[in-house]
Design a protein around this ligand. Structure first.
Ligand SMILES: [Fe+2]
Length: 434
């Protein structure tokens, strides 16, 4: 199956790149941050975190570790959940204030993504929007290395510690886009599962579905051999398509979701499940960081663009707010029902890794089997019932599709082609599932 999926095509890519930070995983490893920083020559560190973590034990552990290793540090915590171009500009301004020689980020995807983008502005100038692809931005290329960045995730979902992208909201346009460059990959990631011990259930659930979709989109993405051959190494995008490495890692991440998501969400004392989800999130980050995501992530951007008058329990954030993982999963069952036609075996395999009871399903039932398993997991973890569960109805469908269709690169990474009408139908079929 694997070899066949990556069969050569005329003018298609015949090579792929794998990139990941130096990875340290295990309980208590936050205490190693100082040693890691010193080993790469850092003497003055900018520590990025968010206001809720600022006075907690995770930040104090990292702070003490840096001081013990002889590093001076200053803390930047003016970061909002779902970061925007303003918080990135504030981060860059902070970096300009001292002679920092590196950054340590302690937080969820919002903190790590802010650190990455602030480093871009600090090292290479300009505004965040300059680096977004046209027609949103100027498509400015990041021309060279950034200061070293050590990323320490405190949630089990985004995998941002292992990716070379930053997802930001542009306030003026009220929408999110991605800045991506191989230079944005952290040099090291310290993944300490104790960070998730006290996470509320709904955060474990929403970040868990982000992890689930990273792995599933990676596993079902268009094969790299079906993307165009690149003229030079620098032209190879992180969205390079599924490849033998990314699928290997994605498979394991999917198995972890299948086995541990429900347990980790519904029982905060289930340390084994929560540790596994943390490991799964890192694996899924490595996987999609080397393949790209596709339609579920592309369609999530329309949802967070057009959301109105909605909050999510457990997130102390003003309306409108839908956590990233929820914005991705609400359309996913409908989307995989659409894409399965292109690569049914791969969708069926994905469902089996998630521990679907496929009852001997045939390939033409693959979309239904995978969608049903996702819906089963959503219901077991108290997720909203599709788009209607996050405030949308039939009247919003056209606008949602018109917003998300701008995510051309991710849409082209899906195994099945789609146009605006197809996107509308995917949203329509995602209005409610039960
Ligand atoms: Fe994501």
């Amino acid at each position: 199956m694997g070899c066949q999926y990556f069969a050569p095509t005329e003018n298609g890519a015949d090579s792929f790149t794998v990139a990941m930070p130096k990875l340290t995983v295990g309980r208590g490893t936050l205490r190693e941050v100082g040693e890691r920083a010193a080993s790469i020559g850092l003497k003055r560190v900018a520590l990025f975190t968010d206001p809720t973590l600022l006075s907690g034990h995770l930040v104090s552990t990292v702070r003490e570790s840096l001081i013990a290793a002889g590093c001076k540090l200053d803390i930047f915590s003016d970061i909002r959940v779902e970061p925007d171009d303003d918080s990135v500009e504030r981060g860059a301004q902070f970096l300009r204030g001292s002679a920092f020689d590196g950054v340590v980020s302690v937080g969820g995807g919002s903190v790590m993504d802010t650190a990455k983008a602030a480093l871009v502005l600090f090292c290479h100038g300009g505004k965040a929007v300059d680096y977004f692809a046209a027609p949103i931005g100027q498509g400015k290329t990041i021309p060279g290395p950034l200061l070293p960045h050590i990323a320490c995730p405190t949630t089990s979902g985004t995998g941002s510690e292992c990716t070379s992208i930053s997802v930001l909201r542009i306030n003026q346009l009220n929408t999110k886009f991605v800045i991506a460059s191989p230079y944005m990959l952290p040099v090291a990631a310290i993944v300490d599962p104790q960070c998730c011990d006290s996470l509320p259930a709904n955060i474990v659930a929403s970040t868990g579905f982000d992890l689930c979709c990273h792995a599933l989109e990676c596993y079902t993405a268009r094969a790299y051999t079906q993307h165009s051959k690149v003229p030079a190494a620098a032209a190879r995008q992180y969205i390079q398509g599924a490849n033998p490495f990314s699928e290997l890692v994605a498979r394991e991440a999917l198995s972890i979701v299948g086995q541990y998501l429900q347990r980790g969400v519904n029982d905060a004392s289930d340390t084994q499940a929560r540790d596994q989800l943390m490991w799964g999130a890192t694996l899924a980050g490595i996987a999609f960081g080397n393949s790209g995501t596709h339609l579920p992530h592309a369609l999530s951007y329309g949802i967070t663009h057009l959301m109105a008058d909605i909050t999510t329990d457990g997130y102390p954030i003003a309306s409108p707010f839908i956590p990233h993982g929820i914005s991705v999963i609400v359309s996913a069952p409908s989307i995989f029902g659409y894409t399965a036609e292109a690569t049914p075996d791969r969708h069926l395999d994905g469902a089996r890794y998630l521990l679907a009871d496929d009852k001997g399903a045939t390939p033409d039932e693959a979309g239904e089997v995978l969608a049903n398993r996702l819906i089963e997991l959503m219901r077991a973890t108290h997720m909203p019932n599709g788009l209607s569960g996050v405030g949308f109805n039939e009247n919003h469908i056209q606008a949602l599709a018109a917003s998300s269709v701008r995510q051309g690169r991710a849409i082209a990474n899906a195994p099945r082609d789609s146009n605006l009408v197809d996107l509308e139908n995917m949203y329509r079929n995602a209005l409610s599932y039960w």
